[in-house]
Design a protein. Sequence first.
Lengths: 272, 233
Amino acid sequence: MAKVLVVTSGKGGVGKTTSTAALGAALAQRGEKVVVVDFDVGLRNLDLIMGAERRVVFDLINVAQGVAKLSQALIRDKRLESLWLLPASQTRDKDALTDEGVRDIIADLRTKFDWVICDSPAGIERGATLAMRYADEAVVVTNPEVSSVRDADRIIGMLDSKTVKAEKGEQIKKHVLITRYDTGRAARGEMLNIDDILEILAIPLLGIIPESQDVLKASNVGSPVTLNNAASQPARAYIDAARRLGGETVDMMVPTEQRRGFMDRLLGRRAA
Amino acid sequence: MDAKVEPQRQVMRLRGRSYVAFVFSPFMPIMNWLEEIDATLAQSPGFFAGRPIVLDLAAVELSSHGVAHLVSNLETRGIRVLGLEGIEPDGLDPKLPPVLSGGRGCVVEQVEPKKVEVQPPPPPAPSLLLRNPVRSGQRIVYTEGDVTVLGSVGSGAEIVAGGSIHVYGTLRGRAMAGINGNSDARIYCQKIEAELLAIDGYYQTAEDIGETLRRQPAQAWLDGDILRITPLN
């Protein structure tokens, strides 16, 4: 039974695309058949993070409009054979998406994959509402700061009212994924703490991803962080989160500050 | 053949119908009786306006001229006489109202125009129960009565109620109670971090809410035209 998962946030720049790629790869590494779908029509990024930007021929809009077949638009990952990408169009805008087009594509993908992970654009407009429209579950990505948390709260309200599941009177399963968690600033009390975020959002915690150079390095080489450096702190946090999505119970690891080496301190370099 | 349909002639139809009229029974001396009428009119002006009045003259002995004088006297008071009773029609001025007979007494429902109808007591105030948290950007408007929220009200959410607002979680958004002019409405919450509180148009923003109250159980109520926020203990 396929699961459609939307990765959403409301606010931009919190790590939706990074998380989509990392969770998608982590699930695929567990042997599940996964497709990541870029809904950010006009501002596509997922192809870059996945390192597939030079292989895009057809895209989501082409399929929605019947110009191309789904099988022509899907791109298989070079590292994991059960991981696929359905890219967005860079030359169109969100108005090119229609409710019926999205419905048909999602229904088609459900028959072919175990997980359909939709990378939502920022905002609360058409692109974001269509990305969440047919989802069964949602990962709400937030940073530990007030504006991001408030936008996440807004998105949760929309998940509970604007999705097909909600309209049928069913509950859409929601998880919060806290990203860019800065251990140093958390220790100094400069960020919202985890309990405050969970109290405000009142949905279960999927994982805490530390702020890390590993994430940046991975996206620069076009690889999900869980593939690029699976032993790194953020990769381990994403792998745990993917296991929780799969229904496993995994102890929550709250990132702690890593000790800087003597040489690092001497040279003034920032540790991860 | 020349067949011609004769247009049917309308026959004038006479129908009988009875009406209810007030009957005045003047007594001697007429001047005293008129004073009583004046006293009634002073209490409720327009009491007889537009009502049919019949004069029963059995108790008084008046000449045709006297009757005419009485009728015109009543007319100056806005009382129009529909007919006369208890007097022989012979020798009366034909300009006077006709003499009636066969009147029967009946109970006339007293409808006092000045009395405002007593409204039935309003049905018990309805209320709206929200089991889920109210999220940022959501706006709940319920002008009929109270709103109860079992969860929290997010920052940027708004609750508008005709009655009181009860929040069993943290109130971070805006709450406006008593918007239909109900100054008795109140706002209660388990933890106050509200952006704005308003009752019947009087409001306070987060800046006005005392720092000592923040994150405490609190209630807001109107004391005259001052919005007071006090701890709920």
